[in-house]
Design a protein around this ligand. Structure first.
Ligand code: IPM
Ligand code: MG
Length: 347
């Protein structure tokens, strides 16, 4: 089990440290951890946010545990040198096209949600976000128009095979859950979305046991706070999925709780908390490590088929939260290390 650990920037190193402690505590056989530099940290050391040696480690690993990238000091760099290119580059280079972002309310956090407790309690959903296409990876640029005005542009597109493969992932995920799939698009305005919708409907023929519905993204954003309990699996494109998953995180209490898996065909996967590098609290023992710890659980489940230890981590996190192990993001006062210890103690 060779796991690449890419801690990255800001709070990345602190939260991955706790997740690694949890992984080591499980007493798994053949666990090999290899560290690599990504993001602003890699740019400082090697002049590139995703240096070749890091990519090599990634390719030789069975799975990747990723912290976070992002650094204000790098915001004015040319785009290809910015920290975010590390995660975008890994997603693209390794074909990590399927992003699973589960959101479920943990018992005891009913009052931490931005929603009313009775609304929040019903949340148990999975966002399946396409990760290799859309406006994220289209041609882009800036130019000066003939009349002197500056213009920025980004091309949004999806090819049918890209939609088809993410749709299959989503339908299969729904089969293992409540068998409801909602495809989110903006087909009333965008051609990209119309094709998306048409292809999802075609794929649905293979999954007669799953009830498929469609929702425009603006309505989905509204429904996610009005009645999130209606959703089981949501499948959507890269940009809409980015936005809706941040929104879902506040519905369950804190962005510090949401884990994610970015999967390729086969068993390779990159696992990361959905939160960013939070440079404002970096190095202060203030970050919530639970999203990263839960990402480690997803790693064991999806890349190694180790359901039992994955469930063990998730149960320990649930128990810790129920016992009041909380940091500032959830109205508590515990630091990153103490929260990690709270989980370890319950493992
Ligand atoms: C995420 C992040 C990334 C994204 C950034 C860091 C490029 O927001 O994983 O949700 O937009 O995909
Ligand atoms: Mg995001």
């Amino acid at each position: 089990m060779k796991i690449a650990v890419f801690a990255g920037d800001g709070i990345g190193p602190e939260v991955t440290r706790e997740a690694v402690r949890v992984l080591k505590a499980l007493g798994l056989n053949d666990l090999e951890l290899v560290e690599g530099d990504v993001g602003g940290a890699a740019w400082r050391k090697h002049g590139h946010p995703l240096p070749p040696q890091t990519l090599e480690i990634a390719r030789s690993a069975d799975a990747i545990l990723f912290g976070a990238v992002g650094d204000f000091e790098c915001d004015r760099l040319e785009r290809h040198l910015r920290p975010e290119q590390a995660i975008l580059g890994l997603r693209k280079e390794l074909g990590l096209f399927a992003n699973l972002r589960p959101a479920k309310l943990f018992k005891g956090l009913e009052d931490s949600s931005a929603l009313r407790p009775e609304v929040a309690s019903a949340i148990d959903l999975l966002i399946v976000r396409e990760l290799n296409g859309d406006v994220y990876f289209g041609e882009k640029g800036t130019k000066v128009l003939p009349d002197g005005r500056r213009q920025g542009w980004d091309m949004m597109s999806y090819a049918e095979d890209e939609v088809r493969r993410i749709a299959h992932v989503a339908f299969k995920a729904a089969q293992g859950r409540r068998k409801l799939l909602c495809s989110v698009d903006k087909a009333n305005v965008l051609e990209t979305s119309q094709l998306w919708r048409d292809v999802v409907i075609e794929v649905a023929a293979d999954y007669p046991d799953v009830a498929l519905s469609h929702m425009y993204v603006d309505n989905a954003a509204m429904q996610l706070v009005r009645n999130p309990g209606q959703f089981d699996v949501i499948v959507t494109g890269n940009l809409f999925g980015d936005i809706l998953s941040d929104q879902a995180s506040m519905c369950v209490g804190s962005i510090g709780l949401l884990a994610s898996a970015a999967l390729a065909e086969g068993t390779m996967g990159l696992y990361e908390p959905i939160h960013g590098s939070a440079p404002d609290i970096a190095g202060q023992d203030k970050a919530n490590p639970l999203a990263c710890i839960l990402s480690a659980a997803m790693l064991l489940r999806h890349s190694f088929g180790l359901e039992a230890p994955a469930a063990r981590i998730e149960a320990a996190v649930a128990k810790a939260l129920a016992d009041g192990i909380r940091g500032g993001d959830l109205g508590g006062h515990l630091g990153t290390v103490a929260i990690g210890e709270g989980v370890l103690a319950r493992l």
